[in-house]
Ligand binder design. Structure first.
Ligand SMILES: [Fe+2]
Ligand SMILES: [Fe+2]
Length: 480
């Protein structure tokens, strides 16, 4: 591996020798003002002038790739950074397995590849749009800083995808890059491409659930694309994964701190029954059953992002060597999947049951299964906090058939345990499974900003450690 130096002198920091690539450099410089307009219109509302203690990628060396400093967000150095090229890398799955990895777009796969890049690219600005109002209700400056860190990095991920479009896809790529700045999360006329990215992120518990569950879908997709035989896509996704880890950290520790504060407050007040919701809420914390409902919502919305369980698109992308399985390079099989089956959970004769399907068609299902395993690890850590504080409650992920809008279970109603129920029962019990208007109002009532250095809102515990080895009472954001 050779680690290319990052050029920090031009408008666009990069390690792809933009200085010698006049056409692409010009295209990106032309796209840049539109990006800044988008950021100013749709980025964090009310804090564009504040100095935020942010990390910026300055290298792709895993040993030290970021530097921390105060920066106004519109002045953030969004750059194009690809993980180091691996000498002699090969396509490692599909029909081209064993051929040298492509440094250019294979003509026959151009449309498919462009679509993969655009779909990934569209999610990046979408989440910034969804989260733009949250700064105003931040439970602390520490949390506010983490929100903004996630936001600027999603902005950089957009740059990463736009670089690929501008460099490798000619006029079509340029048009797609423009369109990425035009769509808007939740807009009825020009929505973002995927459902979960058009939902609202109305409060901070939603934000933590989103970064835990939905950014983790991002991780799974990036891991699958990092396997791509199209080497520039692989390299850019590998570096994005470095940043993505922090987003999921924000989600996992955010929920942990909410859960911890609730259990501590219950203990102090001598409440042992987690279902005494009104009593718990009077303590100014979020009751555990409501946290469970939020998890049900965000988990089920995110499952939809994996698409149909049985998918020809997914089969084609794998066969072509463009999108692999989760950590394809660590799997032990023929990496071609021309034969072999995979169990897919389906609705057969009115019952939810596994059916062996051709492995190639079942790749979405497989990635979703890997995702669920990954999700469960953190949920176990939340439950450890609850049990350590002596509260009899366990957060559980709902059944994959619960509350679905895409795939096998989109036309049925199931409860959180995966029992099929009638529309009538669904209507009756919906509020037991998903946040009600009353739950939302209560959470909203807690969203009082806490902008004093080192202070935290009533409903969330301080973090165990700060960012960049700074203490909890560090001034993470200097408000303008
Ligand atoms: Fe991202
Ligand atoms: Fe992310």
């Amino acid at each position: 591996m050779n680690i290319a130096a990052v050029d920090y002198d031009g408008l666009i920091p990069n390690n792809v020798a933009l200085g010698q690539d006049v056409r692409v450099k010009r295209a990106l410089e032309k796209w840049h003002p539109g990006y800044l307009n988008w950021w100013n219109d749709m980025g964090p509302e009310g804090f564009q002038e504040s100095l935020v203690y942010l990390r910026t990628a300055v290298s792709v060396d895993p040993k030290g790739w970021a530097k921390f400093d105060y920066v106004r967000m519109p002045e953030y150095r969004w750059g194009v950074l690809l993980a180091p090229q691996m000498e002699g890398r090969k396509v490692n799955f599909g029909t081209h397995k064993g051929e040298p990895a492509w440094q250019d777009v294979p003509g026959e796969y151009r449309a498919m590849l462009r679509r993969l890049v655009v779909i990934q690219g569209d999610t990046e600005p979408a989440s910034v749009e969804q989260q733009r109002h949250l700064g105003k209700t931040a439970p602390s400056l520490y949390d506010m800083r983490n929100l903004f860190q996630v936001n600027v990095e999603e902005g950089r991920h957009l740059w990463a995808m736009v670089y690929l479009l501008q460099k490798y896809f000619g006029t079509d790529g340029r048009e797609e890059a423009e369109a990425l700045l035009q769509r808007r999360s939740g807009d009825p006329d020009t929505p973002r491409m995927l459902g979960a990215f058009n939902e609202k992120t109305p409060d901070w518990l939603s934000f933590f659930m989103f970064t835990y569950f939905t950014d983790r879908d991002g991780k799974m997709q990036l891991e699958a694309l990092a396997q791509s035989g199209f080497d520039p896509l692989s390299r850019t996704c590998r570096f994005m994964l470095t940043e993505e880890a922090h987003h999921m950290f924000v989600g996992e520790t955010g929920v942990t701190r909410v859960v911890q504060r609730t259990c501590e407050a219950m203990k102090e007040a001598g409440i042992t029954d987690p279902n005494e919701i009104e009593k718990v809420r009077k303590l100014g914390v979020i009751d555990l059953p409501t946290i469970q409902k939020k998890a049900n919502l965000h988990f089920s919305l995110t499952l939809d992002l994996f698409g149909n369980e049985i998918s020809t698109n997914a089969a084609n992308a794998f066969h072509a060597g463009l999108k692999g399985r989760y950590r394809e390079d660590r799997l032990k099989d023929d990496h071609q999947l021309e034969s072999g089956t995979y169990p897919v959970l389906r609705l057969i004769d009115g019952k939810i049951q596994n059916e062996d399907s051709p492995a190639l068609s079942a790749l979405n299902m497989r990635l979703r299964d890997d995702y669920v395993v990954d999700c469960n690890a953190g949920v176990g850590r939340w439950n450890k906090v609850i049990s350590d504080l002596g509260i009899p409650f366990e957060i559980k992920l709902p059944h994959v058939a619960f509350h679905r809008h895409i795939g096998e279970f989109s036309n049925i109603k199931a409860d959180v345990s995966g029992h099929l129920i009638s529309d009538e029962q669904w209507k009756k019990h919906r509020g037991d499974f998903l946040p009600t208007d009353g739950d939302k109002d209560f959470i909203e009532s807690l969203m009082q900003p806490q902008m004093e250095t080192g202070r935290f809102a009533s409903w969330i515990a301080p973090p165990k450690v700060g960012i960049d080895n700074k203490p909890g009472d560090f001034e993470y954001v200097k408000l303008a």
